[in-house]
Structure formats: structure tokens, C-alpha cells
Design a protein around this ligand. Structure first.
Ligand code: TRH
Length: 379
């Protein structure tokens, strides 16, 4: 049934919140034929991952989703039937009042951050009555296991990835101005926080026995990498920086769908936060997660919870290699060549493991379908 949805999103300091909301909005519109309005407070940041968004226009339709600038002074609008407050962003008072005045109260969902911690299954679906107004919102948690809301996954994503053959890869690399693959090289994409030990890893890759091609997405650590390598570079052709066995190409941020293709085309993907982390899982190629650092180290529990789940069926040696690589990448230990070489050693087995991991994840409904079902049951 076609319903009206309002999704509210504030852009904090990165692209994850809007990345998730934009992906969800498109999926609701395209796959579930819902009418979706996406309220965003920072259209300029949004435009980095969705270049079709014009940050100067307060109301526009892009890919079937109505995008509205969330202004500080919020005008009176008719609330939708389903309202998603993404990541506890707090709805405008005037909007909440309007929700309470509707004959039939909207379904109000607080979409939470992704975590593999065990408490998530207990909190998923819990109601939270408003302290003053007769409205109740529901906590909706994405997750990796049954009893959670699942993960964002477009209906045709796996088929698209499987159809991404050598020819499609050639076309993508050409279109993006990326070098063609050479046999024997290791190709890596890099998207991480400034705190990650990039310098250490660059040193390791420069001294590697195999050529390494590193594709760095701009706006991340690209500037410090460029500054570091341009001093040491033995050669620089066009955008390519050569340093020992390492070739680095710094490229602009891509649209979300192209970023998926990049993940499919690389042997290893270094990802971060929430959304790119999930995309790397669907891509199946071995990946390393740079978790979003939280105050008082709350992220360590989150990292360990995911590692426990993800490495559960791995042989012990492989599980140790993964843990060591991820722990060092997140600053828990010193990263050196032995850690990387040990991780690299498990490449084929990791790929196989990731295929099984994805098959396990596919047993769950995807997040958009879970939300549609939940809302449908309430209305
Ligand atoms: O940008 P992030 O660090 O976002 C973070 C996390 O979501 C974190 O949990 C949250 O608390 C914090 O923001 C506020 O990383 P993430 O989650 O991977 O989001 C990046 C988005 O950008 C994702 O949707 C993928 C997209 N992207 C592109 O579209 N093109 C690109 O070239 C790249 C590198 C990313």
C-alpha cells in the first residue's frame, strides 16, 4: 500500500547519517512505491554523495524522492503517515504537535545506529511514550541477526554485484579515470578517519613484495597522504603518485552507486563508520573497518561485538589475523608489516568466508522491507 513517509536527518560531521537516509529514502520510493519526503539540514554535504541534489534549492525531487531543506524555523506542514527520526535527530516541536493533532496518529520511528552488540535485539521495537503528548515512538535498530531490523540492501544489489564482470569493471575504471588492472597487483580502496595509522600502512605497502595500487577517496586522509608522498615520491604521472611498490591515486568522492562499484573492483576495502562498512560486506572482498570513534571508548564494545560475530566460524589463525589487523587499524596496537602480511595471507579464505557471511545476512529481511512491514502493521 502506498503511504506517505517523512524522514528527518541532521548531518553531524560526516556522511553516514545522510548516506543511510538517502539510501533508505530511495529504496522506499523505488522498491516499495512509497511517497517519500526527506528533510535534511545540510544540503551541501548531501550533494557530495548525491551530485544531483542542488544545495541552493529548498525543495526538489531527485530520483523520485522529495528533498526538503530542514530550516531552523520549521514551517507548518501536514505530517506523513510514517515519520522516521533518524539517529535521534529530534523532530521540530511544531511538527510533533501537528502529528498529535491528526485523527490517526502517524507511526513514529526512531531509526538507530547499527551495532552488533547483544542488547540490540532486546531494544529493537521498544516503545517510548512521549512525556507530554499522547504519541509513542518506536526504537528501530538495524542489525546483523534475527530479531533486529536488518541491513540496508537494495533488491537487485547482489545480482548487480554478480553481474559486474571484467567488461563492466573496465568500463567503470575508464569512466572514473582509474588505471586498468595489471596482473599480480593488489588493489585497495581507502576511506578512513584521520586517526587511522595510514602512514604506517603506506610504509608497509611501499616495501611490499607485490605492487599495490591504493585508491584514496578525497576528503578523507587524502591531503596528508599527498603531503607525505609528494616529498618522497620517486615519480608522479598525472594523478598517480609512485612510492616504492606503491602507486597512489587520489580521486574525488563518488556517487553511492559508483562507490559500490569501486568496492567490487578492489581486492581489499578499507571502510569506516556505518554505511560504507555495510557496503563492503555486500561487496564480499576482504575489508577492514575503521570504527567511528566515540567518547569514553564506547566504540570498542561495538568493534568487539562485530568481530565476535563475524569471526565466529573462522579457523583460529584467520580470526587472529583479522582481529590483529582491525585492532591495529583502529589504534589498539602498532601496525607493522607482519600484521598486514598475515592478513593478506588469508585473502582467498577471507573471500570465501565473506560469501558465507553474506549468505547468512541474506536470511534476514532488509531494513527498508522491515520498516514497511512494521509501519503497515501499525496503520
Ligand atoms: O562518513 P562516515 O564516517 O559516517 C559516520 C558514521 O555513519 C557514524 O556511524 C556516524 O555516527 C557519523 O557518521 C556521524 O562513514 P559512513 O557511514 O561510511 O558514511 C559515508 C557515506 O558516504 C556512505 O553512504 C557511503 C558514501 N560515500 C559515497 O557516496 N561516495 C564515496 O566516494 C565515499 C567514500 C562514500
Amino acid at each position: 500500500m502506498q503511504r506517505r513517509w517523512d524522514i528527518f536527518c541532521t548531518v553531524i560531521d560526516n556522511f553516514g547519517d545522510i548516506g543511510v537516509c538517502w539510501r533508505l529514502a530511495r529504496q522506499l520510493a523505488h522498491e516499495h512505491h512509497q511517497t517519500v519526503r526527506l528533510w535534511v539540514d545540510d544540503l551541501a554535504s548531501f550533494a557530495h554523495i548525491a551530485p544531483a541534489v542542488n544545495s541552493g534549492i529548498h525543495q526538489q525531487v531527485v530520483q523520485g524522492v522529495e528533498i526538503c531543506q530542514w530550516q531552523r524555523v520549521f514551517a507548518q506542514v501536514e505530517p506523513a503517515e510514517v515519520v522516521i527520526e533518524a539517529f535521534a535527530c529530534e523532530l521540530p516541536d511544531v511538527y510533533v504537535t501537528a502529528m498529535s493533532q491528526k485523527m490517526r496518529h502517524p507511526v513514529w520511528i526512531n531509526l538507530e545506529y547499527l551495532s552488533a552488540e547483544s542488547w540490540v535485539t532486546q531494544c529493537h521495537g521498544l516503545p517510548s511514550p512521549h512525556p507530554r503528548i499522547p504519541l509513542t515512538k518506536t526504537f528501530f535498530f538495524p542489525g546483523f541477526v534475527q530479531g533486529t531490523g536488518g541491513l540496508l540492501r537494495e533488491k537487485d544489489l547482489i545480482a548487480q554485484r554478480d553481474n559486474f564482470d571484467t567488461e563492466a569493471e573496465h568500463a567503470f575504471l575508464r569512466r572514473k579515470g582509474l588505471p586498468e588492472r595489471k596482473s599480480g597487483e593488489i588493489r585497495i580502496s581507502l576511506f578512513c578517519y584521520d586517526s587511522a595509522p595510514v602512514k604506517e600502512l603506506i610504509k608497509v605497502w611501499a616495501e611490499s613484495s607485490t605492487p599495490v595500487v591504493l585508491i584514496v577517496l578525497q576528503r578523507t586522509v587524502a591531503e596528508s597522504i599527498a603531503a607525505m608522498l609528494l616529498n618522497k615520491a620517486s615519480s608522479q604521472t598525472g594523478q598517480l603518485i609512485q612510492h616504492g611498490q606503491l602507486t597512489v591515486q587520489i580521486i574525488p568522492f563518488m556517487e553511492q552507486t559508483d562507490y559500490d562499484r569501486l568496492l567490487w573492483s578492489c581486492d581489499f576495502n578499507f571502510v569506516r563508520g556505518e554505511d560504507s562498512f555495510v557496503r563492503a560486506q555486500w561487496a564480499v572482498n576482504p575489508f577492514v573497518w575503521n570504527i567511528y570513534p566515540q567518547t569514553e571508548g564506547a566504540h570498542w564494545k561495538k568493534l568487539d561485538a562485530f568481530l565476535d560475530l563475524y569471526t565466529r566460524n573462522m579457523p583460529p589463525g584467520m580470526a587472529t589475523a583479522v582481529r590483529e589487523m582491525w585492532d591495529c587499524w583502529n589504534g589498539r596496537c602498532a601496525l607493522d608489516s607482519a600484521i598486514w602480511v598475515n592478513f593478506l595471507h588469508f585473502y582467498e579464505l577471507l573471500k570465501q568466508h565473506n560469501k558465507n557471511w553474506v549468505s547468512q545476512l541474506l536470511e534476514q529481511d532488509d531494513l527498508a522491507s522491515s520498516l514497511v512491514q512494521f509501519a503497515g502493521n501499525r496503520l
